[in-house]
Design a binder for this molecule. Structure first.
Ligand code: AHR
Length: 502
């Protein structure tokens, strides 16, 4: 098969907001404890953070980190995580049936962010708490000094305000599993009151209201509409969450997951814009895709769970999916989808960062390594800069069980008008055939191929593990040729490719 792509820097979709390359750290399983934080590890720094993990996080190229949850935040008291460590309470985390020791809280995590070079994005608890506690946390975090809470932060060890800009108004409040789950009406009212009050305290905040937990929720669409009817003028962004996995051996269907993400984004944009029309507002609400990844949720649901009142494990191994090449191709394609919608997706968070459905894995006292999904993220974050460009794609299609006919190939291009650098990202979703792709770059001026990276394997289910941590890695795509303004290259079956042009 063959596919053809035309890209032209005169037709940008939009400027890529670096916050699209965000991630997510939740107090869940071994993400924080025995993940980023392990004071007894040989590489631990003075704060107890693993330097080997920090190095991989920096290589991954994340921009923001959403914290501290997730479902965890809906039962969290932020005050538990500040002040002298030795007197912090041990709490029962109902979301993941674990013990939360609060060894890591706001100050420690802000320090970790500074070391990782990322920006902190906080979520407030609108499950068991409300407007006052959100205000208290904002005052503690962002007011310089002179109020009891600001001065308490200084006394607790951080003189400069944390200056947190992005705030999530709760987490997945449409989900019946969420502590304090509410109807769209009730949540919309609470989110509006919280947002108004937070803005009164700090007008610079950027607020993310909860959209649906996924596109299959029975309230999808109506939830967004009702919530935005209550909050439209109070918030900046609405969240989307989604997790995909290969179901019943349907690899071809799974490889088309980004088609679902495209539709998800377009549905939420349409809903937000229809509320704008209804309200006669001139403001535009953008999307924060603040949880997205591959996660075998079915397997997780089927596992035996501890529910015993006498057993609350510390840092248990939860949601430790080991990713395949096919999973990485899907992750790369989901990034293509996010970039194709750069005009409306202003932020996104790969969920999550370490050990828990994560691109980085660790063993206590042992090594840290890259999962397959690490590579498309790191390369897209490094090479995908400037504007996302509109892509005209001609490709054969194939049938899927849930999404109908979908293109065999997907692609996006980026171009940085400041440096002239460009990149093309492509996937081949065929499970059997290589595809020859021609990319018309004649509008891009003088360019040469600077780097090529293709992630593929004869076994699409190959993985990186503790025993074999470097089994899978991208390789140079030697077929790539750029001549007379046309880039020609071969995409192996089940593959993700990045081409950097300078
Ligand atoms: O990322 C894992 C969980 O998935 C999060 O806690 C929750 O928000 C979502 O359902």
């Amino acid at each position: 098969p063959a596919a053809h792509v035309v890209v032209d820097p005169r037709f940008p979709v939009g400027r890529i907001d670096r916050r699209v390359f965000g991630s997510f750290v939740e107090h869940l399983g071994r993400c924080v404890y025995d993940g980023i934080h392990e004071p007894t590890h040989p590489t631990a720094d003075a704060d107890g953070f693993r330097e080997d993990v920090l190095e991989l996080v920096r290589e991954l190229g994340i921009s923001t980190v959403r914290y501290p949850g997730g479902n965890f935040v809906s039962g969290y008291r932020w005050e538990d995580g500040v002040g002298p460590r030795e007197s912090r309470p041990r709490r029962l985390d109902l979301a993941w049936h674990s013990t939360e020791t609060n060894e890591v809280g706001l100050h420690e995590f802000a320090r970790w962010n500074a070391k990782a070079g990322s920006e902190l994005m906080l979520a407030v608890n609108l499950g068991t708490r409300g407007v006052q506690e959100a205000l208290d946390l904002l005052e503690y975090s962002n007011v310089r000094s002179g109020s009891t809470l600001a001065d308490q932060r200084i006394a607790d060890g951080t003189t400069e305000p944390f200056a947190v800009r992005m705030w999530c108004l709760g987490n997945e409040m449409d989900g019946p599993w969420q502590i304090g789950h509410r109807s769209a009406e009730d949540y919309g009212k609470l989110a509006s009151q919280t947002a108004k009050a937070m803005r009164q305290l700090d007008p610079r905040v950027q607020l993310v209201v909860c959209g649906s937990s996924n596109r299959q929720m029975p309230t999808f669409g109506s939830w967004e509409r009702t919530v935005l009817q209550h909050t439209y003028e109070d918030v900046d962004l609405i969240s989307c969450h989604v997790y995909y996995h290969e179901r019943n051996g349907d690899l071809a269907g799974f490889l088309a997951s980004a088609v679902d993400m495209d539709r998800f984004i377009e549905d939420v944009v349409a809903t937000a814009d229809s509320v704008r029309a209804e309200l006669g507002s001139s403001k535009r609400i953008d999307l924060s895709f603040d949880e997205w990844n591959v996660w075998d949720q079915e397997r997780f649901e089927q596992q035996d769970k501890i529910t015993d009142i006498d057993s609350w494990p510390y840092a248990p191994r939860l949601l430790e999916d080991v990713y395949t090449v096919a999973d990485a191709v899907v992750v790369g394609n989901l990034l293509i989808s996010l970039l194709k919608h750069a005009d409306r997706v202003a932020a996104a968070s790969l969920a999550q960062l370490v050990n828990v459905i994560a691109p980085i894995m660790t063993e206590p006292g042992g090594p840290a390594w890259r999962q397959t999904t690490f590579f498309p993220f790191a390369l897209t974050s490094r090479l995908g800069r400037g504007n996302a460009l509109r892509v005209e794609l001609t490709a054969p299609t194939y049938p899927t069980a849930t999404l109908g006919e979908v293109p065999l190939v997907d692609a996006v291009a980026t171009h940085d008008p400041d440096t002239g650098q460009a990149a093309v990202f492509l996937v081949n979703r065929s499970t059997t055939d290589a595809v020859t792709v021609t990319v018309d770059l004649s509008g891009m001026g003088e360019l040469r191929i600077a780097e090529t990276h293709t992630l593929t394997d004869d076994d699409p289910h190959a993985r990186n593990t503790l025993e074999e941590p470097e089994r899978v890695a991208p390789v140079e795509n030697k077929s790539a040729v750029l001549a007379d303004g046309t880039l020609t290259l071969e995409l192996p079956p089940v593959s993700w490719t990045a081409v950097a042009l300078r």
